[in-house]
Design a protein around this ligand. Sequence first.
Ligand code: NI
Length: 136
Amino acid sequence: MMYVTRREHFSSAHRLFNTAWSDERNQEVFGKCNNAAGHGHNYYLEVTVAGKVNPETGYVVDLKQLKDVIISRVIAKVDHRNLNVDVDFLRGVIPTAENIAIGIWGELVDHIPQGRLHQVRLYETEKNFVDYRGEA
Ligand code: NI
């Protein structure tokens, strides 16, 4: 099995808060990330596709086609947006890195041009990142 990864970048604003909680509870749990006017991150997204090497092309997946899918289905929807209000696939969830990665997985899993989606890795900062490999 071969694993092929495309890296993309986007910048977005978000605010972490749970609407079911009091202001005090939100502040206690989310701290600075609960700032009412939001804050921004420079996210890095790494999408990994698994598959066999096609003997005719030498590719697992055509990275140009994979890039186009990531741009149209994810980056165009999140770059320079507010993740709490602007993004259809994040409606109703707290836009943590975990929930953003789950949403991105859902956007991509049925649209991978060749091979199958193996992992979504999302860096929220240089030091903090999450890996999501689907429900199974
Ligand atoms: Ni944040």
